[in-house]
Design a protein around this ligand. Structure first.
Ligand code: PMP
Length: 360
């Protein structure tokens, strides 16, 4: 392996090295067939097999029940902010949203274009440093669905147990899908942009319970109807071929390392090491409240902005890249998704100790 930096970017994010090598080879010459993967017709036998295998692996790893469709769409997770209410809401109808950060807020804004939004919880007054417990919000009886973001990429908070409700649950899992086992049958719809835990940017995975495909109002355009893509196996139009293919490779890697239980264990170990470094020092201060801490995006501040800038500069010089926090929190953010190696976290923790000693 050549010298690789440790990439703490929140997404697009680090991918398994073996996946990159395989993808690089197949871009030029797919399975030695004399044609590059990204030149092949999406209707070719070879590519249909790529999609089928990708879907089968995703179903296996997440134990997706038979009565759910898996869609590979474009437009990013952000398009889902609108597609969800376009399909599941409508004039005179209400949906319940939990406002736990930037991505939830953007989804709320879009939903308001299509119906009534009841924001049942917000942690905005403490700069989104936590997610709610079930007792902290009430879902109106007429709500069509409950919408929440399982992991808040920017603020570094995560739901460690999913909400309890008999309503249809819709979840943006963009930044923690496949990081731990989940019970898909408890959700009506799950969506996630690929570019953190699944593969390259350009594909959004949607997992939708079949009965929800029939709720879409008549006036929704063809491309924005889940039914369109469900009926055609994500082949209504040209799908994001390359991204789907790389997702398939990442899923093979995930299966090989032991699936979601093994992955969850590794993710816990990585995050524990980093939180332990934050907690054992008075120099670093975590942003998220302890019970809400994300295992994927770890946000922390230093005593001053000057020290934060210096920290990021010196870390970058030591191949610890992408640690600058989002401007709404400031400070630092270490994104340690599935493919981020444990050794990279160890190196960061050593650097943090050194930096605190020299500058504290
Ligand atoms: N939801 C979450 C939780 C995210 O982290 C992001 C991107 N960082 C998005 C949605 C938006 O994704 P996209 O850029 O694919 O539209």
């Amino acid at each position: 392996m050549p010298d690789r930096i440790y990439n703490f970017s929140p997404g697009p994010a680090t991918l398994p090295y073996e996946v990159l090598i395989q993808a690089a080879k197949d871009i030029v010459n797919f399975k030695d067939r004399g044609i590059g993967l990204i030149e092949m017709s999406h209707r070719s036998k070879e590519f249909i097999q790529v999609v089928d295998e990708c879907e089968a692996l995703l179903r296996e790893l997440l134990s997706i029940p038979q009565n759910y469709k898996v869609l590979f769409l474009q437009g990013g997770a952000s398009t889902q902010f609108a597609m969800v209410p376009m399909n599941l809401l409508g004039p005179g109808k209400t949906a319940c949203y939990l406002n736990t950060g930037t991505w939830a807020k953007k989804a709320i804004k879009e939903a308001k274009l299509f119906g009534t939004v009841d924001v049942a919880y917000t942690s905005e007054n403490t700069n989104f440093d936590r997610v709610p417990l079930p007792a902290e919000y009430t879902i109106q009886t007429e709500a069509e669905y409950l919408y929440f973001v399982s992991n808040n990429t920017i603020f570094g908070t995560q739901f460690h147990s999913m909400p309890e409700t008999d309503k249809v649950m819709v979840c943006d899992m963009s930044s923690d899908i496949l990081s731990r086992p989940i019970d898909v049958s408890r959700f009506g719809l799950i969506f996630a942009g690929a570019q953190k835990n699944m593969g390259p940017a350009g594909c959004t995975v949607v997992i939708i319970r079949e009965d929800l495909l029939d709720r879409t109002p008549e006036n929704i355009p063809t491309m924005f109807r889940y039914r369109t893509h469900a009926d055609k196996g994500s082949m209504f139009n040209t799908p994001p071929c390359f991204a789907i293919y790389v997702i398939g490779l990442v899923l093979q890697w995930l299966k090989k390392i032991g699936g979601l239980n093994a992955m969850a264990k590794m993710n816990k170990a990585k995050a524990a090491l980093l939180y332990q470094a934050i907690d054992s020092s008075s120099f670093y201060r975590g942003h998220a409240q302890e019970e809400s801490r994300s295992l994927m995006n770890i946000t922390f501040n230093l005593p001053t902005q000057e020290l934060e800038a210096k920290f990021i500069r010196e870390a970058t010089a030591q191949s610890l890249d992408g640690l600058k926090g989002h401007r709404s929190v400031g400070g630092c953010r270490a994104s340690i998704y599935n493919a981020f190696p444990y050794e990279g976290v160890e190196k960061l923790v050593n650097f943090m100790e050194e930096f605190a000693r020299d500058n504290g």
